[in-house]
Design a protein around this ligand. Structure first.
Ligand code: TRP
Length: 334
């Protein structure tokens, strides 16, 4: 029996961080054993908000690929590829754009939030505004069953499924609805205590951070501003160190004991932070080592992407032929 397919991707706008790891990358490492997994580096989507800085996108294609290999995505199990080199996606985007209204795009919560973050409220690039449709094409051209994504991407999945319905209704059954696969830890707070870890907020711990970077960031981490002396009783709520221990510390009993001690008073932030530093470093050290190995031969990493892209293109061409037939624009087909 054929494995069900999974598809997901990332914009190459920077290195990947712990938020990506708990939100999606961790799932992908598991999914590659049970699914026929495709992972795209979405450079077109990256360019949609960075048209004037193509070098940044270009450089980060390799960085993101290195992060993929570092977390343990295996090219034998996961097809990693570059979005712009599968032009069939762009063609499918054009057909899908006819099925979506401008008004509907304006209601997409992911787009709304990002427009605010990027200051695009008054002059949004058209390519950025339509990127949910491009993303629907990214997804549907591979006919996946599941799409492992962070929680913030759920509106994208919803919009994708609306396109499935409309396309099928007008042109006949061609696509199936897809399912967003959200991790158990969908959201990781930033080191500053903001709800979301994000590169643009400058509150991220990167998968490629050195031990020194981790130490520095954890030591800066937001805890409880009223917990001044170790003997003061402290708060757990909103305390980022505890949020992280909840997620990354395998010893749950010890974490509850520490929480108890902290609320009673008698546990200093530095003791706790040292514990977290060790745990995070134990998680990231093997990734850092694998990354260093692959960094020695960037040409091999590019070759891996070229091979993945070729395979992805074959899959995309099959779907696009079905799409053209469904719409009735397969003019020269005998
Ligand atoms: N928008 C996604 C993000 O910012 C990246 C992405 C592009 C994606 N195309 C995709 C995710 C297709 C899932 C499926 O994280």
């Amino acid at each position: 029996m054929e494995k069900p397919r999974a598809l997901t991707g990332d914009r190459p706008t920077g290195r990947l961080h712990l938020g990506h790891f708990v939100g999606s990358l961790q799932n992908r490492v598991l999914l590659q054993d049970t699914h026929d997994q495709y992972v795209m580096i979405a450079d077109i989507q990256g360019l949609s908000a960075n048209a004037e800085d193509p070098q940044k996108i270009r450089d980060n294609v390799l960085e993101v690929a290195l992060d993929y290999l570092a977390v343990g995505l295996d090219p034998k199990k996961t097809t990693m590829f570059i979005q712009s080199l599968v032009p069939e996606i762009s063609e499918l985007t054009m057909y899908f754009l006819n099925l979506v209204t401008i008004a509907r795009l304006g209601q997409n919560p992911t787009v709304k939030t990002e427009m605010k973050e990027k200051g695009f409220e008054t002059s949004v690039p058209a390519g950025f505004y339509i990127h949910p449709v491009n993303q629907a094409a990214d997804i549907l051209i591979f006919k996946p069953k599941v799409v492992p994504v962070g929680e913030d991407q759920l509106p994208m999945i919803e919009q994708t499924n609306e396109i499935v319905e409309k396309f099928n209704r007008i042109y006949g059954e061609t696509f199936e609805k897809v399912e967003g696969l959200i991790s158990n830890t969908p959201r990781l707070p930033g080191i500053d205590g903001k709800a979301k870890m994000s590169k643009s907020l400058g509150n991220a711990i990167y998968l490629s951070d050195s031990k020194h970077d981790i130490e520095k960031k954890v030591m800066e981490m937001y805890t409880d501003p009223e917990h001044i002396k170790a003997t003061d009783p402290g708060h757990i709520e909103g305390n980022v160190v505890f949020s992280y221990l909840d997620i990354f510390d395998a010893d749950h009993e010890e974490v509850s004991r520490l929480k108890h001690q902290y609320t009673q008073g008698g546990l200093g932030d530095v003791t706790l932070k040292k514990r977290l530093i060790d745990i995070l470093d134990a998680l990231l050290a093997p990734m850092r080592e694998r990354r260093a190995e692959f960094e020695k031969n960037p040409q091999d990493v590019l070759a891996m992407l070229a091979e993945g892209t070729q395979k992805a293109r074959g899959t995309a061409q099959t779907t696009l032929a079905q799409v053209r037939a469904a719409i009735g624009i397969d003019y020269f087909k005998k």
